[in-house]
Design a binder for this molecule. Structure first.
Ligand SMILES: [Zn+2]
Ligand SMILES: [Zn+2]
Length: 102
């Protein structure tokens, strides 16, 4: 900031913006919290077997599975520390569809 002095007016505008920013980040972590607790109701979207939750509207949570109780194909994936999925099976435990389906 150096030696530049803000006027009172500028300062109050600055804190208005800071407050609004804080609200945005609180609201967005609230959204994430709610989505992480969502008991997804999965429906199939599109021709490619994509998925969407009717409650939180999250999309592409996995492949749509006709046989799995939560309607998502389950490949026993683990996610490592860096967020990569690994050690998954090739076939869904429920419907037997392969993971590669493009
Ligand atoms: Zn959901
Ligand atoms: Zn499946």
């Amino acid at each position: 900031m150096g030696d530049i002095k803000l006027t009172d007016d500028q300062r109050s505008r600055r804190s208005e913006i800071e407050e609004a920013r804080l609200k945005v980040s609180q609201a967005s972590s609230e959204v994430n919290r709610l989505i992480s607790k969502c008991e997804h109701v999965i429906v199939s979207v599109g021709w490619y077997g994509g998925t969407k939750c009717l409650i939180c509207k999250a999309i592409d949570l996995g492949w749509y599975c006709p046989d799995s109780p939560d309607h998502l194909c389950d490949y026993d994936w683990d996610v490592d520390d860096e967020g990569f999925e690994n050690e998954g099976g090739e076939l869904c435990k429920h419907c037997g569809s392969p993971e590669e389906r493009k």
